[in-house]
Design a protein around this ligand. Sequence first.
Ligand code: CA
Length: 580
Amino acid sequence: MIDNDLDDVERVVAYGMNPQAHRYSPLDKLNRDTVKHLTPAWAFSFGGEKQRGQESFTLVHNGVIYVTGSYSRMWAVDARTGKRLWQYEHRLPEGIMPCCDVVNRGAALYDDLVIFGTLDAQLVALDRETGRVRWRDRIADFRAGYSYTAAPMIANDLLITGNSGGEFGAIGEIQARNPRTGEMVWRRPVIEGHMGTLPDGSETMTGTLNATWEGEAWKTGGGAPWLGGTYDPELNLIYFGTGNPAPWNAHSRPGDNLYSSSTLALDADTGEIVWHYQTTPNDHWDYDGVNELVLFDMEKGGETIKAAAKADRNGFFYVLNRETGELLLAEKFVNHVTWAEGIDLETGRPIETGARPGNPAATDGDRGESVTVAPAFLGGKNWNHMSYSQRTGLFYIPSNEWEMEIWNEPVTYRRGAAFLGAGFTIKPIYDDKIGVLRAMDPKTGEIQWEVPNRTPLWSSILTTAGGLVFYGTPEGYLKAVDDETGEELWKFQTGSGVVGQPVTWTMDGEQYVAVVSGWGGAVPLWGGEVAPLVRDISQGGMLWVFNFPKKRPSVGDYSGVDGSRAHLSTARRFSFGKTL
Ligand code: CA
């Protein structure tokens, strides 16, 4: 069911709408003509005093919605009525260390279980019917700076997780478990020199000791794969992005620092690394390479390429061959990328401009020479996922235009303490926008259209066969725009910033859309000069569910959400009346 989720329009059981993370639905009842009639069906409050960022993906199965919230909470809600069926609140210990807000991005369904990870780096498997704990296991020790915010993934009948903690020198690791019991099947650290475990219990080293790290630096080398992965069931490969190397001060760790800031393809049976592609060698700017690798088939020159695409924090959009890791295309998807001129397609390496912060050891004081560089460390795109439309063949990227001043300072590793050796301030580039929704052609790297947003875009994207692109804004809107032009067709004010992940499905013959609303995430915490722009946004914690009103107004009377029925042509009105 999970492997074929995209065709199963009555369920949403795979994070990203399918294991390839297309975030696309073949549903078209809701389309460019009809979307203006989309109306809230119900809304559900997460309640409590604790709100902050709500970034969860909504799962839908047999009329029940499973949604997670900030502070490691989860709910089962009746998808027809919004009635709460059960609630789970994880008891969090003192001293958890999430770097970038107390968010959770979603759960995984397996048999009669619903499984999610917590801020103290645990996995909790709950009974789908009752919400009672069936098993629990520890991903890593939160006291060392580990946490967990991603949605676990089911692939190859295994429960796959990464971890968070790259800002604390915590070593990134991908783990595979038996989803029924939580028992570990394999584990693969992503920094060279560390030992992983195969399913038969034997151990093998990741990479070659000291090949791309000098001395002992690999021991606290970071690389946390904190966003989760994608899966190709045919190739049986799991794809994961890895985070920044630690510390941020790259002067203390010469070398490429594999496999930090990379995309890895892992054998789903053993966890061994089949290929890797490093987007930012010897990263100096916190350009985590965690962003999702979206798997798609690309027709080019009369052949079908098993391709995959990634919009990286570093500002480049990459297209790779997903069988081999071969680089096929790399183009900027934001206007301002100043750390590199481009990517050499022969070697796959960036052509750097030299915009690296100075070495503090080369100065009299403690602070090295600063540089101003774009993108800012929060990235040309951050965690919030792009979408691949099977209808248009385009990628829809929630991008941000910003830069930063960054400098280095000496730093020593202390377990469970921030391990950066850097200071920084994020700055806007334009007066009127930071966020830009962009439609990117993966064959040419050309931007087809773009829609600016005043504040940073921090929600994931959903596309549909109805020609729609859904996304949220910190200003509180869930919006739908035309997938060919970017023209705004519909919007709804949810009452708090939307930094969640819209989904769609059908139920009782109606098409539904759901998204969580609740402002937070990394921007208000780390945003520097951008933070004041978003200071007045109200917090929240709501699940919003939309469909067409049950008792539909006649088209002639209907003035539409924005009061502009003039948009409906006679022909469209006729087809609207007929199709509904
Ligand atoms: Ca990072």
